[in-house]
Design a binder for this molecule. Structure first.
Ligand SMILES: O=C(O)CCc1c2[nH]c(c1CC(=O)O)Cc1[nH]c(c(CC(=O)O)c1CCC(=O)O)Cc1[nH]c(c(CC(=O)O)c1CCC(=O)O)Cc1[nH]c(c(CCC(=O)O)c1CC(=O)O)C2
Length: 368
């Protein structure tokens, strides 16, 4: 694919269910749209079957597999949106780092960044159309195969979350190696965050050109930072990403809703609602009513049922959903979990969650 080809208009099937896009833009559709983070995942036996055939990142590099995995949950549940199957760590790989997915250990970097000099090891000008074209191909293929049933969301990890993985070398409870950089090497930290931001902007634009109809930015490690560090090392880059992506899309007469999900960043809710994103995604530590008050109608909200509530009996799931809907209201609201589905979750309870959102919200919208 040449650089220009990815910007060619693509003849995609017409969208039949736009409830997610309307809610993202602050409207009140006929029912509250619902999807789940990690809806294409290990809790589905059909996902495990495909994944058993090859390594995790080889799966990510196969547009056909990504397409199939993205479509799997849609065959089971009446979700109102889909998210392309991929991973946030494809960006450090595109910048030249080796990342493996080890069973029982998760993402593991062969040679994490240790000192500021290590930044020289990273590719300076990443050609995303070359390095990440497999994601773009997966998006285009999926957008066709989804047949307009629901919109397709593209995504990326945010700069701080990716930086923390690149330094830590994998998952951690404290992320103290990565945080050490913030306190000891603030200038180099900003340099790395800026490098990541530049790649992320091109990556998100490439995803839209390939067919993504919305974009979610995962700042999954926001909660490791305090409010002061978040304002210095995360928020400016989140803002920069949204502004640059939107400006560039505008030049082409395009616009897609953007969602920021900064997990555990309840201390920054006001700032997040003024950071150029249409939607703020929430984890379960925030009360829906107070989230509405604090964001003052400036953005739509997405979330935020505790994923572990899916371990509850179905009747209780329905009650929890009803209360969540009462708290958020049905306008400018996208139902979701407060983080991704866990591998041991029962698909039947996922179905109960989706049905409860549709049923309760249909009644409320009708009454209004
Ligand atoms: O549990 C493990 O062994 C490693 C899991 C892991 C992965 N990337 C990772 C992590 C760290 C973590 O989530 O804590 C690293 C990773 N990937 C992702 C995030 C963002 C987040 O969840 O907050 C993160 C960071 C999570 C964190 O550190 O808190 C994003 C991701 N991974 C994935 C997707 C795609 C999708 O669900 O369609 C998505 C994005 C969209 C979404 O949430 O729906 C897919 C993915 N990545 C991964 C897996 C499991 C590995 C496998 O299939 O063999 C899977 C599938 C699944 O969750 O069952 C690998």
């Amino acid at each position: 694919m040449s650089k220009n080809d990815v910007f060619l208009p693509k003849d995609f099937p017409e969208l039949k269910n736009d409830t997610f896009l309307r809610a993202a833009r602050g409207e009140e559709p006929e029912h509250v749209p619902v999807w789940c983070m990690r809806q294409a995942g290990r809790y589905l036996p059909e996902f495990r079957e495909i994944r058993a055939k090859k390594g995790f990142f080889d799966t990510c590099r196969s547009p056909e597999d990504c397409c199939e995995l993205t479509l799997q949950p849609l065959r089971r549940f009446p979700f109102d949106a889909s998210i392309i199957f991929s991973d946030i760590l494809v960006i450090p790989q595109a910048m030249g780092m080796d990342v493996q997915m080890l069973t029982g250990k998760g993402p593991t970097f062969t040679d994490p960044l240790k000192e500021p000099e290590d930044l020289q090891r990273l590719k300076a000008n990443v050609d995303v159309n070359k390095e990440l074209d497999y994601v773009f191909k997966a998006i285009t293929l999926t957008r066709h195969k989804i047949e307009g049933k629901v919109p397709l969301i593209g995504f990326t990890g945010a700069p701080w979350t990716l930086m923390s993985y690149m330094i830590e070398g994998g998952g951690s409870t404290t992320y103290s190696k990565a945080k050490r950089w913030l306190y000891r090497h603030p200038e180099s930290s900003h340099m790395l965050l800026k490098m990541l931001t530049d790649v992320i902007v091109e990556y998100l634009l490439g995803q839209v050109a390939a067919g993504a109809q919305a974009l979610q930015v995962f700042e999954s490690h926001a909660g490791i930072l305090g409010p002061v560090e978040f304002k210095e090392f995360s928020l400016p880059y989140l803002r920069d990403i949204a502004r640059r992506v939107k400006d560039r899309l505008k030049e082409k007469g395009q616009d897609v809703p953007m969602i920021v999900f900064a997990k555990d960043a309840h201390y920054a809710l006001e700032e997040l609602s003024e950071s150029h994103y249409e939607v703020v995604g929430l984890d379960w530590t925030i009360d829906p009513r107070s989230a509405r008050e604090r964001t003052g109608g400036k953005v739509s909200l997405q979330g935020n049922m505790d994923p572990c509530a899916l371990y509850a009996p179905k009747e209780l799931i329905s009650d929890i959903v009803k209360k969540m809907l009462e708290g958020f209201g049905t306008r400018g609201y996208i139902a979701n979990l407060g983080h991704g589905l866990y591998p041991d979750m029962d698909p039947e309870n996922v179905a109960a969650f989706v049905d409860a959102v549709h049923q309760h919200s249909k009644l409320t919208v009708k009454k209004a």
